[in-house]
Design a protein around this ligand. Structure first.
Ligand code: ADP
Ligand code: MG
Length: 317
C-alpha cells in the first residue's frame, strides 16, 4: 500500500472541483461558506466499526451508510439535503479502502444532489461521522406534531436489517437468495428523501425508523403527548424476511429491530388518498399500521387483542 499523507488523502478522495450553487467556499480552507436560502436543518450521526457495522464490512457500504443515515434524518423532517461534512477516523490510510468508501459515499451524495464541503481526518479506530445540512420545509415534520386520531403509516418493509444482522452472525453463513437480499438492505439503506419532502405538506409528525418501530414511534407518542395502537397484522414484512425467519420472528423484528431507515409518520385520516397518491408516484409501499390515541404508551394488537410487546429498540447506554 503506498503511503498517503493527510492532505494528499483529502485531495485525492474527497476534494471535487464542481462548485454547486450556494457554495461560496469549499474544501481547502479553515471552514466552508454556504449561502443559506432560509431556515436549515442540521443532522449529525456517527457510526463505529464493530457497533454499527461489522468490522470488515465492505468500504463502499460504510461510505453509503454514513451518509444514508443522515439523509434519513433530514428526510424525516421533510427537508431537502444540500451539504455534508465528513469526519473520518481511520486506523490506516489504505488507498483501496478509501477508494471504496468514497465510491459508496459519493454515489449516494450525487443521487441526492448533496455536496461534500469539508471535514476532518484523523487516525484511530474506524469511526465515521457525517453531518448533513439542508433546506427546511415551511412546515417541518416534527416528532411533536402528532394528534390523537391520526392514522400511523410506515414506508417500505420493517425488520429486514435486523434479520440481516442475525444472518451475518450465523455460522455457517446464510447463502440463500432471501438472505442475500436482506443483507443487501442492511448494507445499503435507502433514505426516503422524496417521501419526506412530499409528506411535509400532508403529514403531522414523522421519524425515521433507526432504533426499531416501537422505540421510534414511542418518541412520536412521547413528544406528541399521546399513545398509539398498532395492528401487528398490518406491519409490512418482506417475503424475504418471512421466508428467512418465519412469520413470528419476522413480526418481532418488524416491531423491535432497527436500521431499516423507513419513515414512520402520522397524518389525519382524510389524508389517506393524498398519501396513497404520493406512494404510487414514488413507487414506494406505504402501509397504515395503526392510530394515535388518548393516553400514553404503545399497544400492539393481534386480532384486536393487546399482546405482550417485545423489548424496545437499541440503546447505546
Ligand atoms: P484544520 O487544520 O483547519 O482543521 P484540516 O487540515 O483538518 O484543517 O482540513 C483541511 C481542509 O480539508 C478543510 O477544508 C477541511 O474541511 C477539509 N477536510 C479534511 N478532512 C476531510 C474529509 N475527510 N473530507 C472532506 N474534507 C475534509
Ligand atoms: Mg482538522
Amino acid at each position: 500500500m503506498p503511503k498517503l499523507g493527510e492532505f494528499e488523502l483529502i485531495e485525492r478522495y474527497f476534494h471535487r472541483e464542481a462548485a454547486p450553487k450556494g457554495l461560496k467556499l469549499g474544501i481547502g480552507d479553515d471552514a466552508a461558506i454556504i449561502e443559506a436560502s432560509g431556515p436549515m436543518v442540521v443532522a449529525v450521526d456517527t457510526i463505529v466499526a464493530g457497533i454499527h457495522f461489522p468490522s470488515g464490512h465492505a468500504p463502499d457500504a460504510i461510505g453509503h451508510r454514513a451518509l444514508a443515515i443522515n439523509l434519513s434524518d433530514v428526510a424525516a423532517m421533510g427537508a431537502e439535503p444540500r451539504w455534508a461534512t465528513l469526519a473520518l477516523t481511520l486506523p490506516e490510510a489504505d488507498s483501496d479502502w478509501l477508494e471504496g468508501f468514497a465510491e459508496g459515499f459519493f454515489a449516494l451524495a450525487d443521487r441526492f444532489g448533496v455536496a461534500l464541503i469539508g471535514g476532518d481526518t484523523t487516525r484511530g479506530a474506524l469511526t465515521v461521522t457525517v453531518q448533513v445540512l439542508g433546506d427546511a420545509p415551511a412546515a417541518p415534520l416534527e416528532r411533536a406534531g402528532g394528534r390523537v386520531g391520526d392514522a400511523i403509516f410506515v414506508s417500505g418493509t420493517l425488520g429486514d436489517s435486523a434479520a440481516a444482522v442475525e444472518l451475518l452472525g450465523r455460522a455457517p453463513p446464510d447463502t440463500s437468495a432471501a438472505g442475500a437480499r436482506l443483507i443487501e438492505r442492511f448494507s445499503y439503506p435507502e433514505p426516503r428523501v422524496a417521501l419526506g419532502r412530499a409528506l411535509a405538506s400532508v403529514a403531522h409528525a414523522a421519524i425515521d425508523v433507526s432504533d426499531g418501530l416501537m422505540a421510534d414511534l414511542g418518541h412520536i407518542c412521547e413528544a406528541s403527548r399521546c399513545g398509539a395502537k398498532i395492528d401487528i397484522a398490518a406491519l409490512p414484512l418482506s417475503p424475504e424476511l418471512e421466508s428467512a425467519l418465519g412469520p413470528e420472528r419476522a413480526a418481532t423484528l418488524a416491531l423491535g429491530g432497527g436500521d431499516d431507515y423507513e419513515l414512520c409518520f402520522t397524518a389525519a385520516p382524510e389524508q389517506r388518498p393524498a398519501i396513497r397518491r404520493i406512494a404510487r408516484e414514488l413507487g414506494l409501499a406505504v402501509s397504515e399500521i395503526g392510530r394515535l390515541v388518548d393516553g400514553d404508551g404503545l399497544t400492539v394488537l393481534r386480532n384486536g387483542v393487546p399482546m405482550a410487546a417485545p423489548a424496545p429498540g437499541y440503546r447505546h447506554f
